[in-house]
Design a protein. Structure first.
Length: 314
């Protein structure tokens, strides 16, 4: 009930702010200004906010850390570096090609961050975002140095810094692809939530962890690249929004868990647990042996559990 109330209130707030955004502007409101500037700007605000929030939540699920998002994992800075390479080599490239190359750069940046995080001996909830900020800062420093030496610093800032005043009809339509990628992440939220439980647990539930992980990282890279080229970098949006929603809705009613509840992921886990218990009851062991019980199943002796794990290892 609380989730439904918050959803209705959020939708009403977004609608009210969209009306205010359409009415605010320097030029007089007429049909040309409304169709060429005001409506595209408002749609760009909504699409970018939704896409970045979902990609931030997706990044938090994949890394199992609620303090990470594209701008703290090097994705945005890597996309900016790829955009700088385009400005140096082929500045007249169409916007869709720039978005494609920026997405590839963001993908490389995310994989670099994940490879760096795996080398951390202790997975601290604070150490991971700190390493991400340092990693993103190094990429940003290299980008700024190259742009300064190439006399492209001002032009790069015009692309990298978020600015919705220049969003016009014909320049924002790429954001619908970012929204479609975010929608795919929302549809497959149950699988991403299972992947967030850990690699071993997800594999035990029958999930293709590599495919889901690669799909999630690709969605984050596509959203980051398109948003960087279209409107510019918006830092910490994917960090703030998911945590605010989780705080307001409650830990047990977070967006990912609410989406997963009742889904095939939950049914799969219930079926696995019930099947294991029924299999142990059919063996009829445990009560007459007098040996210690297995921690995973109350109806199976620990010696049998070890014997079964040894057979599986062979």
């Amino acid at each position: 009930m609380r989730i439904r109330t918050l959803t209705i209130a959020g939708a009403a707030l977004v609608a009210a702010l969209a009306v205010v955004s359409v009415l605010i502007g320097v030029a007089e409101l007429d049909g040309l200004v409304l169709g060429a500037s005001r409506i595209p700007r408002t749609l760009a605000l909504i699409l970018v906010g939704a896409a970045m929030a979902i990609s931030g939540l997706l990044m938090q699920l994949l890394t199992r850390n609620r303090f990470v998002e594209p701008s703290t994992t090097g994705a945005s800075d890597a996309a900016t570096l790829a955009l700088l390479a385009i400005l140096m080599l082929q500045p007249a490239m169409p916007i869709w090609a720039k978005a494609l190359i920026a997405s590839v750069g963001a993908l490389v940046g995310v994989f670099g961050f994940l490879a760096l995080v795996r080398r951390i001996p202790v997975r601290s909830s604070v150490l991971v975002p700190v390493v991400g900020l340092m990693y993103a800062g190094i990429i940003g420093a290299v980008t700024t140095f190259i742009a300064y030496r190439s006399d492209l610093l001002q032009e790069l800032n015009s692309w990298a810094v978020a600015d919705f005043s220049s969003v016009l009809r014909g320049r924002y339509e790429m954001l619908f692809l970012a929204a479609a990628a975010a929608l795919m992440a929302w549809i497959a939220a149950d699988r991403f939530t299972l992947a967030g439980l850990g690699e071993d647990t997800a594999r035990g539930l029958g999930l293709n962890t590599r495919g889901v992980f690669l799909g999630g990282v690709s969605i984050v890279a596509i959203v980051t690249g398109i948003v960087t080229v279209t409107t510019g970098v918006i830092p910490f949006l994917g960090l703030v929004v998911p945590n605010i929603v989780s705080r307001q809705a409650g830990e047990d009613e977070s967006p990912a868990r609410a989406t997963t509840r009742g889904s095939r992921g939950g049914r799969l886990e219930s079926a696995r647990l019930s099947h294991g218990r029924l299999a142990c009851r059919r063996r009829g062991r445990g009560s007459s042996t007098g040996r210690s019980r297995c921690r995973r199943c109350p109806s199976r002796p620990r010696s049998e559990s070890r014997r079964g794990s040894a057979r599986g290892a062979r």
